[in-house]
Design a protein around this ligand. Structure first.
Ligand code: SF4
Length: 598
């Protein structure tokens, strides 16, 4: 593994600033040795134990060392030969926010630059300093702005920060957010993704080309709302004014061949893309668009359903109908993509009763049934057009009881094959004019559901995180359900308590595929094995990730596809997982990998 050498990695200049471990050698050595002496349960060190150790060796006689400083210090001491130990294991024991990487992969979110959006949605914030729908004080948005919305800087610096605070960075899911991806020019899309791959490849190889990134030609920081003008007008004019009449800078463009070259390099890089996600609107998808985002290396699409009622979509000026969402789902599913839907209760015109009926359609109708779901109750933001409706008394946020009822009944209806990734958007309470400001609403709704004698069976409620598992208790379970293009088999390894150690999604289409490459094939849409993300190539005896569950899930999919009469199995592999599938016998096609079934 290349990555940065231990010494360089320990001293990365990141958001955490510069730290010189040599000045603290004695204390750091003592702290690391005490932590190493604790029994290794495979979990993060108990916070009270950690606090006791840190108190015994105060920084500069008073303060505590941060987790990032401890990890930087341990890497430095190991590189100096003062310690002989497994620095990655040490990092995993003291890492901050372990939950981030407990699902097996490290997520890395980057934002596109502010850019006009084809949507006119009344609930959408209009912060002209940010890509459409984001707010300047959201942490992810702040990071993006600090990095001038540049994809290379955002990716490289985030990798450095993750590594400094103890998260593995070898398997990364790149999540590209901001506005409507598909409305950006193709050359910008290629360039943006290429620069993310450049950063993954460079960071993994110990290269740092951040200083070569051109300076900020379009500073959005000073941009302010203007009376009577909308987001698109203000941002569009600002871009054109700074870029000689153009919306994109001359450097923000790349060719497919350039992207393909860096993708190939990423197949064996130390930081690999094991997933690439973009977000878009249903009416901006088509067979051609699906093929294009696949060519970018994309494996998952975040798509705003928002509502499954034409009346509500129209009232909120979404600009598309439910039929558009149906069509988009059909194309995405036929292309094997994982589908991450956004659904919004409390939209203009909705009631708690209509929302409950809407949610029924989400899983009751075979055309929808997303793999992942964000439940984002509509929030009232000062810059959104919804404010006008609120002032006129035509809309109000649900009260606590109404919202609790909608969210609780929704969570109870999520099937076991779906993962609810978020409930309530994580925006600052200062930005919410009126309505729910509790960010732990999911927890509150789950408790309410339990009080009513129910429970959540979605993936997130059941996934095995840092806990030990008894491998012998795991059984393979298959759930079949109908989709808009055929059948779907959801395979999962579960223990006796129904906790999930890994799963696979297999699409068994009954209609002719849009893409020639997929005709006659069953499609493996996802293979996911839980356990703390371990570095690629490192065996971890305590974790589930490298113990062959992935291979077993692929075998189960193969057998099912064969049994259903398919002649081949295609997989929508990420760039960084292509080698793994090759080892399992898959052969490279144009956009997918394929396994002939005898
Ligand atoms: S499409 Fe999305 S980003 Fe665009 S206005 Fe609608 S909600 Fe906002």
């Amino acid at each position: 593994m290349a990555l940065h050498s231990s010494r360089e990695a320990g001293l990365d200049s990141t958001e955490h600033g510069r730290f010189e471990p040599e000045k603290h050698r004695k204390n750091l050595l003592a702290i690391v040795q005490e932590i190493e002496a604790l029994p290794n349960t495979g979990a993060v060190v108990d916070p009270s134990l950690m606090e006791g150790i840190l108190r015994r060796y105060p920084r500069d006689g008073r303060g505590f060392y941060s987790r990032a400083q401890l990890i930087a210090g341990a890497r430095y001491l190991a590189a100096e030969g003062a310690l002989d130990f497994d620095e990655e294991r040490f990092a995993s024991r003291v890492r901050m926010r372990p939950v981030r990487t407990q699902s097996g992969v490290t997520p890395l979110t980057v934002l596109t630059k502010p850019y006009p959006c084809p949507g006119r949605c009344v609930f959408c914030p209009n912060d002209v300093r940010m890509p459409k729908s984001y707010l300047a004080d959201e942490p992810g948005a702040q990071r993006a702005a600090l990095n001038r919305f540049d994809p290379y800087l955002q990716t490289w610096n985030r990798l450095a920060t993750y590594r400094a605070i103890g998260h593995p960075v070898s398997k990364v899911e790149m999540i590209v957010l901001g506005g409507t991806w598909s409305s950006h020019p193709e050359s910008y899309q290629i360039w943006f993704v290429k620069r993310c791959f450049d950063a993954l490849n460079d960071y993994g190889a110990g290269r740092d080309h951040r200083s070569e990134v051109p300076g900020d030609s379009v500073d959005f920081g000073g941009l302010v709302p203007q009376e009577g003008r909308n987001y698109n007008e203000i941002v569009g004019e600002h871009l054109r004014g700074r870029l000689g009449g153009e919306m994109l800078g001359s450097e923000e463009s790349a060719e497919w061949s350039e992207l393909e070259r860096v993708q190939q390099e990423n197949e064996t890089a130390a930081c690999r893309s094991v997933g690439l996600v973009v977000e878009t609107r249903p009416d901006h998808l088509s067979v051609e668009e699906v093929e294009r985002i696949r060519r970018l290396g994309c494996t998952k699409v975040q798509i705003g359903y928002q509502s499954l009622s034409d009346k509500i979509l129209a009232a909120n000026k979404r600009g598309h109908d439910v039929a558009a969402t149906r069509r988009a789902m059909t194309w995405l599913r036929a292309g094997g993509f994982k589908i991450h839907a956004h659904w919004m209760p409390n939209l203009l015109g909705a009631t708690p009763e209509s929302d409950r009926a809407d949610f029924e359609r989400l899983f009751g109708d075979a055309d929808f049934r997303p793999d992942e779901l964000k439940i984002y109750p509509c929030s009232l933001i000062e810059t959104a057009e919804l404010m006008d409706y609120h002032r006129r008394g035509e809309w109000r946020p649900y009260d606590h009881g109404e919202l609790l009822e909608v969210v609780t009944t929704s969570l109870a209806r999520v099937p076991r094959y779906c993962r609810v990734t978020r409930v309530i958007r994580d925006i600052s309470s200062d930005d919410i004019v009126e309505g729910n400001k509790l960010t732990n609403f999911r927890q509150i709704a789950e408790q309410e559901l339990e009080r009513r004698g129910g429970h959540c069976q979605d993936i997130r409620a059941r996934e095995i995180r840092a806990e030990q598992i008894d491998e012998d208790s795991l059984v393979l379970k298959e759930t079949r359900y109908r989709t808009g293009i055929g059948d779907e088999s959801f395979f999962e390894f579960v223990d006796s308590a129904d906790r999930i150690a890994g799963f696979a999604r297999l699409s068994l289409p009954t209609r002719i595929a849009d893409l020639k490459e997929l005709q006659g094939s069953a499609i493996l849409r996802e293979v996911h094995v839980y356990g703390v993300a371990t570095e690629l190539g490192v065996r971890s005896v305590e974790r589930t990730q490298h113990r062959g569950f992935g291979g077993k899930l692929v075998d189960a999919a193969k057998q099912r596809a064969q049994h259903e009469g398919f002649g081949s199995l295609a997989v929508i592999s990420a760039v960084g997982t292509r080698n793994w599938y090759r080892r399992l016998g898959f052969e490279d096609g144009k956009l997918y990998q394929h396994l002939a079934l005898s």
